[in-house]
Design a protein around this ligand. Structure first.
Ligand code: GLV
Length: 309
């Protein structure tokens, strides 16, 4: 079988896959013989690269989100796609979210602003048990994040499109479930896929449902948030608005354009889509398994292009 690899670290992937699949020919998208592969292992391939492929039997998406791939105009129809599930990402994302929740629950945002004024003033600590956290999206990553926060002692509400049951998590689904969750949580965490149904789900109405002083943490996708509504809910300047603050890792356009007002908002923390890197070592087994399953004609956990994830 011929495997084509496309990613920032394509050469490492090529060598690792060649080592694990001795019968395969593995090439990168920088090589002249990149055409007519049987399988594509890729993160954000170009439309031209996809169009060059005439006999693809399967695609392995080198990430958890398939939004970029599914909206690629060069994507051939009918070719099964599998995506990474966790693959080393869930742990770092759970840490990122913990950092964000603790940031607000332990008032680090307030202390940072006080430090700028050399102001020594302690805020009464809110107990973890009185700081409910909502996790939207209970896939491999969202479920791990929800379970981590629950193990830390936070009351956790989870929400998914279809009903799910996770031990120790108050699981909600559907529109009414979302309304109920939003009304409860002091930190809202977004880990939903980017689909037409989730586009700008966090709009002015959803933000207005959150308790006053709630915070937003988004290691998911930028398209989940209506940015104008977010800025309005935050309010200008240092004085806390209805929404206390936001920790954002994903944006509709990346890199986040320098002119975005989010960069300069004093209660917004920006990170450059670093919450969940995909380390080759942790993802390799899963990619090899997917390729072997494709070749055996039994691909597992394929993406549903209709649902968008
Ligand atoms: C990163 O954003 C991914 O989808 O894996």
């Amino acid at each position: 079988m011929k495997i084509l690899v496309h990613s920032d670290d394509a050469e490492q992937w090529r060598d690792a896959l060649a080592g694990r699949l001795p019968g395969a020919r593995v090439v990168t998208s920088a090589e002249a013989e990149r055409r007519d592969a049987d399988y594509l292992v890729a993160w954000k391939p170009s439309a031209a690269l996809l169009r060059e492929q005439t006999r693809l039997k399967g695609i392995v998406n080198l990430g958890a989100g398939v939004d970029a791939l599914l909206s690629n105009p060069g994507l051939p129809s009918g070719v099964p796609i599998v995506k990474l599930r966790d693959a080393g990402m869930a742990g770092p994302i759970a840490d990122y979210v913990r950092y964000g929740v603790l940031h607000f629950q332990r008032d680090f945002d307030r202390y940072r602003r006080q430090q700028a004024r050399a102001e020594w003033r302690e805020h009464a600590m809110v107990d973890k048990g009185d700081w409910p956290v909502g996790v939207l999206g209970l896939g491999a990553i969202g479920a791990r994040v929800a379970e981590t926060l629950a193990a830390d002692g936070f009351p956790v509400h989870g929400w998914s499109r279809t009903p799910k049951a996770l031990e120790g998590i108050a699981c909600h689904h559907g529109e009414a479930g979302l309304e109920a969750l939003l009304g409860e949580v002091m930190s809202l965490v977004l880990l939903l896929p980017d689909t037409p149904a989730t586009h700008r789900l966090i709009d002015a109405r959803a933000l207005a449902r959150l308790p006053a002083g709630a915070s937003l943490i988004n290691p998911g996708r930028g398209t989940l948030i209506d940015e104008t509504a977010l800025l309005a809910a935050l309010g200008p300047g240092e004085a806390e608005g209805r929404l206390r603050g936001a920790l954002l890792d994903a944006f509709p356009k990346e890199p986040l354009p320098a002119e975005s007002p989010l960069w300069r908002h004093p209660r917004v923390w920006i990170t450059p889509h670093m919450a969940g890197p995909t380390p080759l070592g942790a993802a390799l087994d899963q990619v090899v398994e997917s390729l072997v399953a494709f070749e055996a004609g039994r691909p597992q956990a394929t993406v549903d292009p209709g649902a968008g994830y």
